[in-house]
Ligand binder design. Structure first.
Ligand code: GDP
Ligand code: GDP
Length: 458
């Protein structure tokens, strides 16, 4: 990522529409109703050959509640401070409104770079508004139609020189710091230092306590729970420092229960939760101790495994449990039975409300991420493979023993191993499982899917 771009402007001008177009995935949620998206979201954007982070902001609520308005404004300011470049959007059909003027003022004071865009610019109905936009004193407006994808070339030519500038600056400031991997390091596997924040999704059924958990991590009321509960309706990402663990958390509020949320929004939100898993490196599957392992929980956990995310299962509301020992035994038993594909994933009990167990959760997340990135040297693997073959030789279907010759780690995130062997098609699943479980135990790799690929040696 070379730079970050925040899209700001009052509600309904088309910010989310542009965000979606740049990100190319339906991470943001669009609706006609003003102010549907009310917090900060980030996405990986591409425009031509440019790659950058786009931040979608919530606009000021134009009507109603004073306190909500103030908080919205604060969030916008925060986004402006966070971003390298601000794209200030107005609605060309509506022309410049008093609220737009307030935004222009904030941007003139705080933003490092401002690009002005007059959206809904398709058709002649927008002509007057585009001219008016000059009067904001923020330079020449780009005439955009986020919905129809018009004006993106113009946006590109505005961004290009700035992108170059940021790329040069980043190069000068940050020399390459990735740890190189030494395949045969006698110290064992080394972990590349992450330059990016760790990407974490907190997923789970509505009411599991996701927002409470994230607020507990952040230590401030950033997610706007409280009287206006339920306004974090889709996948929102926040950068936080969790006791030294630098991460970006995707909140996936699938807040079915909450009032005012229409059926349509609700469906989108659940989908957003699942999408957040795809963005994440570590998925924290949050269960409610009172009703753990419901169908919806199982689906989410399974998806996380199939997507190859590191998984930590956290059982919330542990403060309420009376018979903690017995309950924990039950949970472990259900976990093994209902989610065999997640074998080895850590199960942590927490109270998002009181904060108890949060340190263990943090450690589990960090460890799961480390393991997910783990690389085992080829020498170690082949020594290990020899031992495994001796302890339990592979089967001999039809009298011909399958020969496993050589093994190497082909990928990380999650770890994937290739075994060269004769007749890979005849290998029974039980033997593959034996190897995968062995890898997990012997190389201490909990909480991550392990992929094993068999290749024939010809
Ligand atoms: P936000 O509140 O600023 O994020 O605005 P949205 O992206 O949710 O868009 C608000 C409404 O404007 C939606 O109904 C969009 O379909 C519509 N819209 C967005 N971009 C355009 C555009 O370029 N032209 C027209 N005509 N409508 C647009
Ligand atoms: P979300 O829908 O998953 O975001 O859930 P919320 O964070 O909104 O929490 C749902 C309800 O569970 C709220 O009433 C919370 O106060 C409550 N809750 C969340 N965490 C805990 C916890 O650790 N213990 C108890 N007793 N209640 C909790």
């Amino acid at each position: 990522m070379t730079f970050s771009l925040a899209i700001v402007g009052r509600p309904n001008v088309g910010k989310s529409t542009l965000f979606n177009r740049l990100v190319g995935k339906r991470l943001a949620l669009v609706d006609d109703q003003p102010g549907v998206t009310r917090d900060l979201r980030e996405g990986a954007a591409r425009l031509g050959d440019l790659r950058f982070t786009v931040i979608d902001t919530a606009g000021l609520e134009e009507a109603t509640d004073e306190s909500l308005q103030g908080r919205m404004r604060k969030l916008t300011e925060r986004a402006v401070d966070m971003a390298d470049i601000c794209l200030f959007m107005i609605d060309a059909r509506a022309g410049v409104t008093p609220t737009d003027e307030i935004f222009a003022e904030i941007l003139r004071k705080r933003a490092k770079h401002v690009i002005l865009a007059a959206n809904k610019g398709e058709g002649s109905a927008a002509d007057a508004g585009v001219i008016e936009a000059y009067a904001l004193g923020l330079g020449e407006p780009i005439r955009l139609s986020a919905e129809h994808g018009e004006g993106l070339n113009d946006l590109y030519s505005h961004l290009m020189p700035l992108a170059d500038e940021y790329a040069k600056r980043a190069e000068a400031e940050a020399p390459e710091t990735d740890v190189t991997l030494d395949e045969d390091d006698p110290e064992g596997p080394r972990i590349p230092t992450a330059k990016r924040p760790l990407q974490v999704a907190v997923v789970g059924r509505p009411n599991a306590g996701k927002s409470t958990l994230i607020n507990q991590i952040i230590g401030e009321e950033r997610l706007l729970t409280g009287p206006e509960a339920g306004i974090t309706r889709d996948a929102i990402s926040l950068q936080v420092n969790w006791d030294g663990l630098h991460m970006r958390v995707f909140d996936t509020a699938g807040m079915r229960k909450k009032a005012r949320v229409q059926e349509k929004l609700e469906k989108l939100s659940v989908g957003d939760g699942l999408r957040a898993v795809k963005f994440a490196e570590v998925a924290v599957v949050l269960l409610d101790a009172a009703i753990p392992f419901e169908q919806q929980d199982l689906r989410i956990a399974d998806l996380a495994e199939r997507e190859g995310r590191a998984v930590v299962v956290a059982v919330n509301k542990w403060d309420v449990e009376q018979e903690k020992q017995a309950k924990l035994r039950d949970l472990r038993e259900s976990f093994e039975r209902l989610l065999p594909q997640l074998r080895g994933a850590p199960l942590v009990t927490v109270s998002a409300k009181t904060g108890k167990g949060m340190d263990r959760l943090r450690a589990a997340v960090e460890k799961a991420h480390e393991v997910w990135n783990r690389r085992v040297s080829t020498a170690q693997l082949n020594r290990w493979l020899t031992g495994m073959l001796e302890a339990h030789p592979p089967p001999a279907p039809g009298g011909k023993r399958i020969k496993l010759r050589y093994m190497t780690q082909a990928k990380t995130r999650p770890p994937g191993f290739v075994v060269m062997c004769s007749h890979p098609d005849k290998m029974p699943d039980s033997y593959t499982r034996y190897l995968v479980n062995g890898l997990r135990v012997d190389f201490d790799m909990p909480g991550t899917p392990i992929r094993l690929y068999l290749r024939s040696q010809s």
